[in-house]
Write a protein that binds this ligand. Structure first.
Ligand code: SF4
Ligand code: SF4
Length: 369
């Protein structure tokens, strides 16, 4: 069998910590979070950033959890910048102050992605499970605009906020965002527990697509609108990660190197750690990265399909989550025998009766519903 050609990764997502003051029901972080004591040190991250740049990575996304929970965030940004990486901070905004923002800018931060859980304090604070969170985000957004930091607004959409899509787009414009990423919830990690509570209806999704198309015309040249529709309502899967082990990698807070955010849900994969293995070896030879690279691993259905180099057979973690088989064709695909399982889920959840209550990570949500 021919070895697939492997190019260097373009982007690396550094999950600096799993600690987060919020408790979003749609959080895609794993059920078992990495403890603070297991997080990589400043020095190890700095080395990993240098190795990433040498490997060919151009963009570094600093995420979590809430990356501002790391007191050394400013140092980490400085190290990343010294390594020559473009640095993007993905934050809920909680834990950042104007003084910290100024320090981050001084350290070389290039861009911020600020998440919002809703367009009003009541819904935002209920979903995030954090009282006063919305007001703090709005205050931070004004500082970001004031300091001239390029801003993207991130909004995870689902059954409870998809009808607020026009107001979400307006909010992004008001806050001076150059881009908004409106992504329908992906059912991975903790979000999988809340799938029935979060599942949008087909009507909501169709309306959202129309709204996005109109808004793109209206706001052309002013704000870019990225819309990620929900997988389950699509006919064909997305090219997850642009193909397994082909364009980017994630590093978990404890240093585990992952081909994608949810890769640890796939049993039997052997993951390496950046604390003990060189990033270049992990990328080019790591067993977890090799596992689903190229097309040789594909089932017959995908092997013989003319879309195999477009969507690469879809998402391995989704095949695992829905069908319990990471080597199966993504059940989103209309050709997949697993599609019936997904349709049954949608009939029960998306079009079914009242949504169940959210399940929060914490025993009781700190904000009353
Ligand atoms: S999704 Fe919510 S709870 Fe999860 S890391 Fe992001 S802000 Fe925190
Ligand atoms: S059969 Fe496989 S390659 Fe073809 S569209 Fe479906 S998931 Fe993609």
């Amino acid at each position: 069998m021919a070895e697939p050609r492997v190019d260097p990764p373009i982007a690396m997502l550094a999950e600096l910590t799993h600690r987060c003051p919020l408790a979003c029901p749609y959080c895609s972080n794993p059920l078992e979070l990495a403890a603070k004591e297991t997080e990589l040190s400043t020095g190890t991250w700095a080395r990993v950033f240098r190795e990433a740049a040498e490997l060919g990575v151009l963009q570094l996304h600093l995420s979590g959890g809430e990356p501002a929970s790391r007191r050394d965030l400013e140092d980490l940004v400085r190290h990343a910048r010294d390594a020559g990486l473009y640095t993007n901070l993905i934050t809920s905004g909680i834990g950042l102050t104007r003084a910290r923002l100024e320090a981050l800018v001084a350290a070389g931060l290039d861009h911020i992605q600020l998440s919002v859980q809703g367009v009003r304090a009541d819904i935002s604070d209920r979903i995030g499970g954090y009282r006063g969170g919305f007001d703090r985000k709005m205050e931070l957004a004004s500082h970001i605009a004031d300091l001239g930091i390029p801003l993207t607004l991130n909004a995870v959409m689902h059954r409870h906020n998809l009808d607020d899509l026009p107001a979400t787009l307006d909010l992004a414009l008001t806050l001076g965002a150059r881009r908004i990423e409106v992504a329908c919830v992906q059912f991975q990690g903790w979000a999988l527990r809340n799938r029935a509570a979060l599942q949008p209806s087909r009507d909501q999704v169709d309306t959202a697509k129309r709204i996005v198309a109109e808004a793109r015309d209206r706001h052309q040249g002013r704000m870019v609108i990225d819309f990620v529709p929900p997988d389950y309502y699509a006919d064909f899967p997305k090219a997850c990660m642009g193909g397994w082990g082909s364009t980017g990698l994630n590093v978990a807070p404890d240093g585990t190197a992952l081909p994608c955010h949810a890769a640890q849900t796939i049993p039997g994969l052997a993951f390496q750690n950046v604390a003990t293995s060189a990033l270049v070896d992990i990328w080019y030879k790591g067993p977890a990265f090799m596992a689903f690279r190229g097309t040789d691993w594909m089932p017959e259905l995908c092997q013989t399909c003319d879309r195999r180099d477009i969507d690469f057979g879809g998402c391995r973690c989704q095949a695992m989550a829905v069908l319990g088989d990471p080597t199966a064709t993504d059940p989103v695909c209309r050709k997949s025998p697993g599609r019936a399982t997904l349709d049954a889920l949608l009939a029960a959840e998306g079009e079914g009766g009242a949504a169940p209550d959210f399940i929060y990570r914490r025993p009781k949500p700190p904000v009353p519903a």
